[in-house]
Design a binder for this molecule. Structure first.
Ligand code: DGY
Length: 320
């Protein structure tokens, strides 16, 4: 009987799908990522592993699992926890969960955009103190209609954020390594050949690039300095894409108006000084945290494992 490890409890039918397929399924029981030592011990003899983005899949992991291992299925669209070179050297299948979380992440991106531009969190704290009434100049924010949304990275999520921005009456500009003329025509978005051109124009910059060597600290002090001092930065991609120390300084110096982050460089920690600033809104990596998305992610990951263990191609493979 094939053995599958699900490294942490997941919502929806993912585990049931694997059990109904007749596999011996072990599910991590803690409400936190599995400790490395435990993970390396639990993967021994597994044919498939349903991993979380904190589970590093590398040579050590693959060696610990042993020769039965055929597939690692990430419970995430991002797979920067996969060392693809090691995975491919061992001819293992690797999969992610695209599409099923696009709407959830795009909607959360807008939750953050509204929260920071309309100062919702700051207002909530003040209102709880019950000392502030209506005032002509109290908690003024920025309207989105007619403003420019700059989307850095036009993948599925960036594309959906661009569409929602358009519905909000925003002008949409985007940067991506590849121009997408069809999308431009469909949505009415304008391509910028370099990120710098986008940063100078946008009132809201929303980051949707994967974490790669080339995107680490893409938003550094220099690029933050190119943004308008009235503009906002939003990141729902991966924390290390933004240099958090540089962002902290930029927010302190009012180089930009504000920021909203769902992902941090060293989760769950924030860069020193960031936690006490009022011109930032932070959420703990919950952009895909809807019942719909998280259930579908678990089910897709389970189906990927089943496909590979049945000798079929995975539904949503990832490559280097
Ligand atoms: C992902 O899928 O990569 C998110 O970061 C977690 O849902």
């Amino acid at each position: 009987m094939a053995k599958v490890l699900v490294t942490r409890k997941i919502p929806g039918n993912g585990v049931k799908i694997l059990q109904d397929a007749g596999y011996e399924v072990e599910v991590g029981q803690q409400d936190s990522p599995m400790e490395r030592a435990e993970l390396l011990q639990k993967v021994v003899g597994c044919d498939g592993v349903l991993t979380q983005l904190q589970d590093k899949v590398d040579e050590e992991f693959i060696k610990a699992a042993g020769s039965n291992l055929k597939v690692v299925a990430n419970f995430a669209v991002g797979f920067d926890n996969f060392k693809m070179e090691d995975i491919q050297n061992h001819n293992l299948a690797a999969t992610n969960t695209p599409d099923v979380l696009t709407e959830a992440v795009a909607e959360h991106t807008f939750a953050l955009i509204f929260a920071i531009t309309r100062r919702v969190v700051e207002a909530d704290i003040i209102a709880h103190k019950q000392s502030q009434a209506f005032g002509p100049e109290v908690l003024l924010g920025m309207e989105l209609k007619g403003k420019t949304l700059g989307v850095l990275g036009l993948g599925r999520i960036g594309g959906r954020v661009a569409e929602i921005g358009k519905c909000m009456g925003m002008n949409v500009i985007y940067y991506d390594v590849k121009q997408n003329s069809e999308f431009e025509q469909k949505v009415g978005a304008a391509f910028k050949a370099v990120p710098e051109d986008l940063l100078k124009e946008a009132d809201v910059v929303s980051v949707h690039v994967p974490l790669l060597d080339s995107t680490k600290h893409l938003m550094n002090a220099e690029r933050l300095g190119m943004m308008k001092n009235t503009a906002y930065l939003v990141n729902t991609s991966r924390g290390p894409v933004v240099d958090e120390a540089a962002l902290t300084q930029a927010l302190k110096d009012h180089v930009i108006a504000g920021a909203a982050l769902d992902v941090f460089e060293n989760e769950p920690k924030l860069a020193p000084g960031l936690e006490s600033l009022m011109n930032i809104v932070v959420t703990p990596h919950i952009a895909s945290a809807t019942i719909e998305a998280r259930s579908a992610m678990g089910e897709l990951a389970a189906k990927n494992i089943m496909a590979v263990l049945n000798g079929e191609p995975p539904l949503t493979p990832v490559h280097k």
